[in-house]
Ligand binder design. Structure first.
Ligand code: GLV
Ligand code: MN
Ligand code: MN
Length: 409
């Protein structure tokens, strides 16, 4: 077993779900234990450690020209409920391994090479993904400290402070020009590389995610006594909206249009009580933001017609509506050259999943390296990436970081 596989296995034990599932929600006890363990590994590798006010962690191998903008890699270690062990973690532990392999080979980077562990790429706790990188890029204002709340109603400020991350949230913003480049290693989370038997994907663009919270207020009542014609069932209205969203995603004619209603909270959630209030959360994505926005318009339309027909009130709240990212042609070319040097086959591809790279692309030239995962499974306990594939990804990442670190400028 490689060192990275061993470390992935250890990291998977910091979990609130029984193996093989992994649940590691940001700033939970398990997340904090995992962070401490990761910092130990970074110390052993001689990296300096800096944490910002939201817990983004910067593990730096200092270059011979410390004033030159650094080259960064990294990803996340938080995991959605009942996830697997490879999403994000491959980019963090694989990034560390890439640095250690360059150190072992006696490489001396001119630019510093920095491994970034981003806080809360997953939206589980605060309802918004890529929290750390959104703040770094300035897309999320510091007022999020009060406006973002977890399910218990605790503010981001309260939760991060309790976890030991103090200071002004505005200080997380990264100064322009701080980074020369960013490259994220990640499992593909889709089936294409495995199907085509291609070990490396080079990401050219990242699809634009949007998410919406939809609150439906109907009328509750006794499940036996209220006659069917008199009902204003909030759940049935919600079900129609979720189906309308599915129809709108399927009818764009593009394979890149996807929509998911992943949250449905029913009040009062009792078998013999008509649902009086439902909160839906829907995730809507496309590589083309105009097409994605048309799906959102269709959702709005469905909300209006269902509200009128069923006599319920429907309020929509936009959680985020991001723009897609275009990856940097120069970095894409560098990764391709490294693959060619190592005789490793690659495909250029888009990422339909979002990543911290979506926001890093706003502050520096960015691309991603994908490795295959079994059956394309992700966000589920049987997510799996083969050791050889991860090692290939690490090798290509190391070669890319080395080239970028010695680039002029
Ligand atoms: C990230 O986890 C995503 O949902 O794309
Ligand atoms: Mn994920
Ligand atoms: Mn991820």
């Amino acid at each position: 077993m490689t060192r990275t596989q061993q470390e992935l296995e250890t990291l998977s034990t910091f979990s609130d779900a029984p193996a093989p599932a992994v649940t590691r929600v940001v700033f939970s006890e398990q997340d904090l234990r995992a962070r401490a363990w990761l910092k130990g590994l970074a110390e052993d590798a001689g990296l300096s450690i800096r944490e910002d006010a939201v817990g983004n962690t910067f593990l730096r191998w200092q270059g011979t020209d410390p004033a030159a903008p650094a080259v960064a890699t990294g990803s996340h270690i938080d995991a959605i409920p009942h996830a697997g062990r490879y999403d994000g973690t491959v980019g963090v532990l694989g990034g560390l391994e890439a640095i250690r392999s360059l150190q072992a080979a006696g490489f001396r980077p001119r630019r510093s090479i920095e491994l970034i562990h981003f806080t809360s790429e997953e939206p589980t706790r605060f309802g918004l993904g890529c929290l750390g990188s959104r703040l770094m890029s300035g897309v999320l204002p510091a007022s999020a400290d009060e406006t973002l709340r977890d399910a218990e109603g605790a503010s981001l400020r309260a939760v991060r402070n309790k976890a030991g991350f103090l200071g002004d949230l505005a200080s997380t913003r990264v100064a322009p020009g701080a980074y020369h480049a960013f490259v994220e290693l990640h499992i593909e989370q889709g089936p294409l590389l495995e199907r085509r038997k291609v070990p490396i994907g080079i990401v050219t663009a990242i699809a634009a995610p949007a998410s919406e919270r939809i609150t439906i207020e109907g009328q509750g009542g006794h499940a036996g006594a209220v006659l069917m014609p008199d009902r204003h069932d909030a759940f049935l209205a919600a079900a129609e909206i979720a189906l309308a969203l599915e129809t709108s995603a399927k009818s764009t004619g593009a394979i890149d249009s996807v929509a998911t209603t992943g949250v449905c909270d029913i009040h009062p959630r009792a078998i013999n009580s008509i649902p009086s209030r439902v909160i839906l959360e829907a995730d809507i994505r496309d590589t083309d933001s105009a097409r994605r926005d048309r799906m959102i318009e269709k959702l709005e339309e469905a909300c209006r017609t269902v509200a009128a027909r069923r006599g319920v009130r429907i309020a929509r709240e936009e959680i985020n509506r991001d723009t897609p990212a275009t990856c940097d042609p120069g970095i894409i070319e560098t990764i391709a050259e490294v693959c060619e040097t190592h005789h490793v086959a690659f495909d250029r591809m888009v990422s339909r999943a979002y990543h911290d790279s979506l926001f890093m692309a706003k502050i520096c030239p960015t691309s991603m390296i994908f490795v295959p995962c079994k059956n394309g499974f992700s966000h589920r306990p049987d997510e799996h990436a083969a050791s050889e594939d991860i090692s290939t990804g690490v090798k290509i990442l190391a070669g890319t970081l080395a080239k970028l670190a010695n680039e002029a400028g």
